[in-house]
Design a protein around this ligand. Structure first.
Ligand code: PBG
Length: 282
């Protein structure tokens, strides 16, 4: 409904304004479409929630970097990250066309950075080619290069109504027991043209952040995911820990492991706290 959408765009702008004022450099947008289908066609709707959100942000707060999550799982009715074959497997190559179409639609709305989070093979190169052919050479690609299959995505999937209707994502997300694969995946994405790479989740993968940091020269982001955030909140609600200190300690660990950029639901709160601390010290 346009009315509902309008309200949420306004709310988002208020949150983004507060983030920018606190010193946060950018925001990452996800969309929950009005309807989902087998191909996830809402993903490239120019009036979709992400496209509308990006346009509003670039109009009102041009100094805030806008990153968009590029994936099919929020848009498909089966909740998988791509097109399915008749057997119910994800069809890697057919999905690439759809992801690039989604990324281009975000770029045309004004996104500074597109962030593919699907883990299909070859998507960075495909997306770069499609963006460049459309004249979007300055849209950067932040690749979720090492994305492990994780229990910590639970709250996000709940919120995005994107839990797979059947099966799981283990055929395309990485096995947490494997750390060398991360370096391989990241190196491949950089060769394909990724401008920045991301490790996810962050807290359970600090060793991966550190080893990727040693291997690649591009900026490295780490994503402190919904479950990591929710755990701290839930424990704080029970009076088991100090949420502010736990927040800062968890972020410091990710920074110490080697992340240049941290994507976190704590961003505004942490930036406000850092600002307060630095003005207090002066
Ligand atoms: C995929 C995507 C997910 C998250 C970010 N991008 C869901 C998933 O992989 O299941 C999870 C983020 C979080 O838990 O905070 N579009």
């Amino acid at each position: 409904m346009p009315g509902v959408c309008q309200t949420s765009v306004d709310e988002m702008l208020r949150d983004a304004e507060r983030a920018l004022a606190a010193g946060v450099g950018g925001v990452l947008l996800f969309g929950i479409p009005e309807f989902k289908d087998a191909t996830g066609s809402s993903a490239w709707d120019e009036n979709g929630p992400v496209q509308q959100g990006v346009r509003a942000l670039k109009r009102e707060l041009p100094d805030l970097a806008v990153i968009t999550d590029v994936c099919m799982c929020e848009y498909t009715d089966h909740g998988h990250c791509g097109l399915l074959t008749a057997d119910g497997d994800v069809d890697n190559d057919a999905t690439l066309e759809l992801l690039s179409r989604e990324a281009l639609s975000h770029a045309e709305a004004g996104a500074d950075i597109v962030a593919p989070s699907d883990m299909m093979d070859g998507r960075v190169a495909h997306m770069r080619t499609v963006l460049d052919a459309a004249g979007r050479t300055s849209t950067a690609i932040l690749s979720y290069a090492a994305k492990y299959s994780s229990a910590f995505y639970g709250p996000f999937r709940e919120a995005a109504e994107s839990a797979p209707a059947f099966g799981d994502r283990c055929s395309y997300q990485m096995d947490p027991a494997n750390s060398r694969e991360a370096v391989r995946e990241v190196t491949l994405d950089v060769e394909e043209g990724a401008d920045m790479v991301m490790v996810k989740p962050a807290g359970p993968c600090l060793d991966v952040i550190a080893s990727v940091r040693r291997e690649v020269g591009v900026p490295l982001a780490a994503y402190q995911v919904s479950g990591e955030f929710a755990m701290i909140h839930a424990a704080a609600e029970r009076g088991w820990l100090d949420p502010e200190r736990a927040m800062m300690e968890s972020l410091l660990g990710i920074h110490r492991a080697g992340a240049d950029i941290i994507v976190t639901y704590f961003a505004t709160a942490a930036a406000e706290r850092l600002k307060m601390e630095s003005s207090g010290n002066r």
